[in-house]
Design a protein around this ligand. Structure first.
Ligand code: PBG
Length: 307
């Protein structure tokens, strides 16, 4: 019998695409076989407001409990959706090479940010995206939206909104990259911490001894891991969650890590931004140090004003 890996996944198009990518890579590395095991969560069943069922954490908690129970061997997440606190009994076993970290404008008629008419309506549920949109174009009407990627794109094709902003990585992973009318470079719109990166978790017990431990180590990309550690440590040190108006983006080159972080007022009226560089091996320290700098510069006021 060959070695067989059970990859737990939510049933959304994005989750299936991401889990499929990781499963294919682990099969190629390990020589074993893999299957996707769909996990239906309360968040998928109940379409009410997320806050009423315990926030975005509900998806993660349910998928993790199936991993802890031994129903699957690994689970795959968008790293930006994972809480920054470590999970008991689990190991963040692999962070694969990050795809495009950028946000993307998907507008009607091929329009860019500069070309949108005065007062155009742009959908996003993210305070970080709203703040930066309004900083670029104070006249825009930012509309709160929810739902999966296709639902959001549908608001533009139906004419309900002039544009939406989504992560470029998610769009390309589900084959909807053609909907992008302008890639918003991280210099123009600072991404969410860990945007574009995937996280593969296994039980802590399997992180060393299992037949697939070596394949997970091979899948892990040291540069991406250092970058996301810096970005997520910054977020944690600001004591901000995944819905806070916080942007962070790190790159690693020749062992040097450069991290940019910003905290924004949701109406785009203020932004506190700073940058730090140092050895990639000190990623966590750099994230913490940049957070301390931002707090010195007044970040706590902006964060306490956020919802
Ligand atoms: N919060 C939802 C979510 N979680 C991960 C992605 C896309 C993939 C990624 O950012 O890595 C998205 C959609 C989006 O932000 O457009």
């Amino acid at each position: 019998m060959t070695d067989h890996l059970r990859v737990g996944t939510r049933g959304s198009t994005l989750a299936l695409a991401q889990s499929g990518l990781v499963a294919d890579q682990l099969v190629a590395i390990s020589g074993g076989t893999a299957e996707l095991v769909r996990i239906r969560t309360q968040g998928d069943v109940n379409q009410g407001p997320l806050a009423s069922i315990g926030g975005t954490g509900v998806f993660v908690i349910e998928v993790r409990s199936r991993l802890l129970a031994g129903d699957v061997d690994v689970i795959v997440h968008s790293l930006k959706d994972l809480p920054t606190a470590a999970a008991d009994g689990l190991s963040l076993a692999a962070v694969p090479v990050r795809e495009d970290p950028a946000d993307a404008l998907c507008a009607r008629d091929g329009l860019t940010i500069d070309e949108l008419p005065a007062g155009a309506s742009v959908g996003t549920g993210s305070p970080r995206r709203a703040a930066q949109l309004l900083r670029l174009r104070p006249d825009l009407q930012v509309r709160p939206i929810r739902g999966n990627i296709d639902t959001r794109l549908g608001l533009v094709t139906s004419g309900t909104l002039d544009a939406v902003v989504l992560a470029a990585a998610g769009l390309s992973r589900i084959g909807r990259g053609a909907a992008i009318t302008q890639r918003l470079d991280p210099n123009l719109m600072l991404p969410a911490p860990a945007q574009g990166a995937l996280a593969v978790e296994c039980r802590a017990l399997d992180a060393d001894g299992s037949w697939f431990a070596g394949a997970l180590r091979t899948l892990d990309d040291g540069g991406t891991r250092a970058a996301v550690v810096a970005e997520r440590t910054l977020l944690a040190a600001l004591e901000a969650g995944c819905t806070a108006p916080v942007g962070a983006y790190a790159t690693v080159s020749a062992g040097q890590l450069t991290l940019t972080g910003a905290v924004m007022a949701i109406d785009g009226s203020r932004e506190i931004r700073s940058r730090i560089s140092g050895p990639a091996g000190s990623a966590a320290e750099l994230g913490a140090q940049l957070a301390a700098e931002l707090i010195d510069d007044g970040a706590a006021d902006l964060l306490s004003a956020a919802p």
